[in-house]
Design a protein around this ligand. Structure first.
Ligand SMILES: Cc1cc2nc3c(=O)[nH]c(=O)nc-3n(C[C@H](O)[C@H](O)[C@H](O)COP(=O)(O)OP(=O)(O)OC[C@H]3O[C@@H](n4cnc5c(N)ncnc54)[C@H](O)[C@@H]3O)c2cc1C
Ligand code: FES
Length: 350
């Protein structure tokens, strides 16, 4: 059995830019100077050693592949945070970072021309994947309308303020922005709330609701409020894409797979192939780890998409999934961190 432990890639920081106080953008390349492939809106996961244990942190990509921008990600310094402080306070151009993968499904839809108007709800550092997506959308979909509702404490903390405004100037008929400041004197337009959201939807909405697609990224309570409000306004859950930066609280699993027998799992990755056995309650990811096989992952609870792959033979049952849409599942997408083989042996491509 060969091992996939060579999946960690060395990357080099090629540029660092201060955005706002405590927020920096890092541009990275492969060790040989070549560009790292990615899809706009995805995230990158690094591995680092913290007090003797390997830890992982993910960062959304703020650059846009469609504009040929080299992979950049933007990090907010968390006061007592280990990795965000290391990056913000110590990292220099030329430093090496160890990449476990680029992943995520917070990307433009498979059928972007179907939707006529895209609403982006972002709060604070939640702008990072949204900025990447807005650039990609405006560049690739000449008929699409975009609206950004961007919440911050005050204007000084708005990340990418100048770039976003320039995009609006370049696309005056297609891109509208509503900046919301929680410190604003006009309390009616300060925090985004269940009362304000329908008002903004009415003000900016130009097409029938089924032709709208919504992207949401920000703190947990903000995302929950936006999601509930959009559903109350008649949005279908398939129309709401969410990126959760703190996906680590373990959800409760209430169902069990229809088949709990031992099955063989074959994983194809980076031109290699490995096989191992897996039996419920062990997940595919846990079985791989037990066999000394390193697969990509981050949250391990079905909430980030780092471990997503495609099942090309057999069937995988997911105990939990907050990232894959029905259309992804129909195309065979699976998560190894909450996935269990059912009904026979399986083959997965990562
Ligand atoms: C899919 C995904 C995309 C992400 N994208 C970005 C991004 O684009 N930019 C970015 O800056 N971060 C992003 N994050 C968050 C990032 O991965 C780290 O969680 C964050 O940088 C803190 O890591 P740390 O090691 O500094 O803090 P830790 O050492 O892990 O935590 C230290 C303390 O900070 C708290 N804490 C941890 N994370 C956060 C947080 N996000 N907000 C507030 N408090 C926190 C912890 O509860 C703890 O008390 C993303 C996370 C995910 C899962
Ligand atoms: S590791 Fe996050 S969804 Fe599987």
């Amino acid at each position: 059995m060969s091992s996939l432990s060579s999946i960690y890639k060395t990357t080099i920081i090629t540029a660092i830019r201060q955005e706002t106080t405590g927020v920096k953008t890092f541009t990275v390349a492969n060790e040989d100077g070549s560009e790292i492939p990615y899809t706009s809106g995805q995230f990158i996961t690094f591995i680092f050693n913290h007090h003797g244990t390997d830890e992982r942190r993910s960062f959304s990509i703020s650059s846009c592949r469609e504009l040929n921008e080299p992979l950049s990600f933007t990090v907010k310094r968390i006061d007592n945070g280990s990795y965000s402080r290391l990056l913000n306070d110590k990292a220099q151009v030329g430093d090496k970072l160890y990449l476990t993968g680029v992943a995520g499904v917070f990307t433009l839809p498979r059928n972007p021309e179907y939707y006529q108007q895209y609403f982006f709800f972002a709060a604070g550092i939640g702008i990072t994947p949204v900025f990447s997506l807005i650039k990609a959308l405006l560049h690739t979909q000449p008929k699409a309308q975009a609206v950004l509702i961007y919440s911050n404490r005050w204007q000084e903390s708005v990340i990418f303020f100048d770039e976003i405004n320039k995009l609006a100037e370049a696309h005056p008929d297609r891109f509208k922005i509503e900046y919301l400041y929680s410190t604003a004197h006009n309390l009616v337009r300060a925090r985004l709330s269940k009362a304000l959201l329908p008002v903004l939807l009415k003000e900016y909405g130009k097409v029938p609701k089924p032709k709208m697609l919504f992207y949401v990224c920000g703190p947990y309570n903000y995302m929950r409020m936006v999601n509930l409000s959009l559903e109350e306004q008649g949005a279908d859950s398939e129309q709401i894409r969410k990126e959760n930066f703190r996906p680590f609280e373990r959800p409760r699993f209430t169902t069990e797979p229809p088949d709990q027998r031992l099955h063989n799992v074959t994983v194809k990755f980076d031109g290699k192939e490995v096989s191992f056995t897996c039996q419920y309650p062990e997940t595919i990811l846990e079985a791989a780890k037990k066999n000394g096989i390193s697969l990509p992952y981050s949250c391990e609870i079905g909430r980030c998409g780092s471990c997503a792959g495609r099942c090309t033979k057999g069937k995988v049952w997911l105990s939990y999934n907050e990232v894959l849409m029905d259309i992804d599942l129909k195309h065979g997408s699976i998560l190894t961190c909450t996935g269990h083989p059912v009904g026979g042996d399986i083959v997965i491509e990562l």
